[in-house]
Design a protein around this ligand. Structure first.
Ligand code: SDX
Length: 378
C-alpha cells in the first residue's frame, strides 16, 4: 500500500465518498443533495430538508405528511429519561446533558438491528423527534420547573420554542427558527460528522453514534463557537473597542470566535443568510445592541485578515438570531445539535450502506526495544 502523507487534522484528506452535501470553499457554495442552501432556506422546511438529506430526495406531499406525523408521535420522552435528567446538576452544560440523554435512549431501544430498515427508520424518527424535547426539558428542569409536554398541533420549530419558553411563538419567529435549523443541518465531513461516521463504522447503535457526535460538536472550535461569539461581543462592549480588540487578538495570536473555516476561504454562505434573518428580526422587534459591534468586527477583521481567508462562519450571526428568539446563550450549541442530527443520521445511513470500519494508521515517532526499569531503579 502507498505510504500516504500525514496531514494534521486530516486537512484535505478524503475520509469517505459521499453524495449528501457539497461545499466549494473558494466560491462559498453549499448544496444539500445538489440543491443550493439559499433555495432550501427560502423554500423548504427543516423536516423536508432532513428527509432530503437522509433519504436522498425531496419527499412527495404524502411522504412529507407521513414523516411529520411520525415525528409528532415520537416527541415525548420516557419518564425514566426525565427522571434521569432530574439528577443532573443545574450548573452542568446543556451539551453534556444532551449527550447523556442521547446515549441513554440506546438503553430503551436496545434492539441494535441496524440491518433492519424498519429499525433504522424508527431510530431516525426517534432521534429527530426527541432531541429537541431533551434540550427543552433540561432547560426547564435546570431552572427548577417541570418540563412541558410537546404540542402535537405545532410544527417542529414552533413546538421547540413552545417547549422552551412555555409560550407559543409567533409564526414569524417560528419560521426564522425553522430556517436556522435548515442552515445548520449538514456540512460534509466536519469534526462531529466524522465522529458519527467513525462510531457508525463499528456497527454500534445509532444512539451511541449521535452521542459521539454531540460530544464532538460541543467544542469551542466547532459548534461551541456560537455561544462564545455572544460572550465576545459582550466583552468588546462598543463599536469603538472593536479595532483595539482585533489588534490584541492578532498580537496575541488569539482566534476570534465565529471567524475562519477549514474549508471556506470566503464568507460562509450560511453567515450571509443568518445575517439577513437577524436583520429581519430586528426590523420587527428592535435592534440588538451587539449587532453594530458584530458588523464593525466583520469589517475590521476583513481589513486585517481577509488575505488569510478569514471571514465570518456559520456561528458568527446565529447567536444574534437566537437572542431575539429568547434562546439562552448556552443553548446555541444544543440548537446546532438539534439541526445537525439530520446530517449525522444521513451520514450514519450512508456509512452503513457501504461500511468499512475506520482504522487509520500513524507515523510512529516513539522509541523501540526500551528495557523495563524496576521501580527502585527509577
Ligand atoms: C463550525 O468544518 C465544518 O464544516 C464546521 C462547521 C459545520 O457546519 O460543521 O462549519 C461549523 O465548526 C464553524 C467553525 C466555528 N469555530 C470558530 O468560529 C472558532 C474560531 N475559528 C478557528 O478556530 C478556525 O478558523 C477553525 C477551527 C474553524 C478552522 O481552523 P483551521 O482550518 O485549522 O485553520 P488554522 O487554525 O490552521 O488557521 C489558519 C490561519 C492561522 O494563522 P497562521 O498561524 O497561519 O498565521 O488562520 C488563522 C490562524 O491563526 N485563523 C484565525 C482564525 N481562524 C484561523 N485567526 C484569528 N481568528 C480566527 N478565528
Amino acid at each position: 500500500m502507498a505510504a500516504y502523507e500525514y496531514r494534521a487534522g486530516l486537512e484535505g484528506v478524503p475520509a469517505t465518498q459521499s453524495s449528501i452535501s457539497f461545499v466549494d470553499g473558494k466560491s462559498g457554495i453549499l448544496e444539500y443533495r445538489g440543491i443550493a442552501i439559499d433555495q432550501l432556506a427560502s423554500q423548504s422546511t427543516f423536516l423536508e430538508t432532513a428527509y432530503l438529506l437522509i433519504w436522498g430526495a425531496l419527499p412527495s406531499r404524502q411522504e412529507l405528511a407521513a414523516f411529520e406525523g411520525e415525528i409528532q408521535r415520537h416527541r415525548r420522552l420516557k419518564y425514566r429519561i426525565r427522571d434521569m435528567m432530574k439528577c443532573f446538576p443545574e450548573s452542568g452544560h446543556p451539551m453534556d446533558a444532551l449527550q447523556a440523554c442521547a446515549a441513554a435512549l440506546g438503553l430503551f431501544y436496545s434492539k441494535r438491528a441496524i440491518d433492519d430498515p424498519a429499525y433504522m427508520q424508527e431510530a431516525v424518527v426517534r432521534l429527530l423527534a426527541k432531541v429537541p424535547t431533551m434540550v427543552a426539558a433540561f432547560q426547564l428542569m435546570r431552572n427548577g420547573n417541570d418540563p412541558v409536554q410537546p404540542r402535537d398541533d405545532l410544527g417542529y420549530a414552533a413546538n421547540f420554542l413552545y417547549m422552551l419558553n412555555e409560550k407559543e411563538p409567533d409564526p414569524f419567529s417560528a419560521h426564522i427558527f425553522d430556517v436556522c435549523l435548515t442552515l445548520h443541518a449538514e456540512h460534509t465531513i466536519n469534526a462531529s460528522t466524522f465522529s458519527a461516521m467513525v462510531t457508525a463504522s463499528t456497527l454500534t447503535d445509532p444512539y451511541a453514534v449521535i452521542a459521539s457526535a454531540v460530544g464532538t460538536l460541543a467544542g469551542p472550535l466547532h459548534g461551541g463557537a456560537a455561544e462564545e461569539v455572544v460572550g465576545m461581543l459582550e466583552r468588546i462592549g462598543s463599536v469603538e473597542n472593536v479595532r483595539p480588540f482585533v489588534d490584541r487578538c492578532i498580537e496575541q495570536k488569539q482566534k476570534i470566535m465565529g471567524f475562519g473555516h477549514r474549508v471556506y476561504k470566503v464568507k460562509d454562505p450560511r453567515a450571509t443568510i443568518l445575517q439577513n434573518l437577524a436583520e429581519q428580526l430586528f426590523d420587527r422587534s428592535g435592534q440588538d445592541e451587539y449587532y453594530a459591534i458584530a458588523v464593525e468586527l466583520e469589517k475590521v477583521v476583513g481589513e486585517k485578515m481577509s488575505y488569510k481567508g478569514i471571514y465570518p462562519n456559520v456561528d458568527f450571526y446565529s447567536g444574534l438570531v437566537y437572542r431575539k428568539l429568547g434562546i439562552p446563550t448556552d443553548l446555541y450549541t444544543p440548537v446546532f445539535a438539534i439541526s445537525r442530527t439530520a446530517g449525522w443520521l444521513a451520514h450514519w445511513k450512508e456509512q452503513l450502506g457501504e461500511n468499512r470500519i475506520f482504522r487509520p494508521t500513524q507515523i510512529y515517532t516513539g522509541l523501540h526495544e526500551v528495557p523495563y526499569t524496576a521501580m527502585d531503579d527509577r
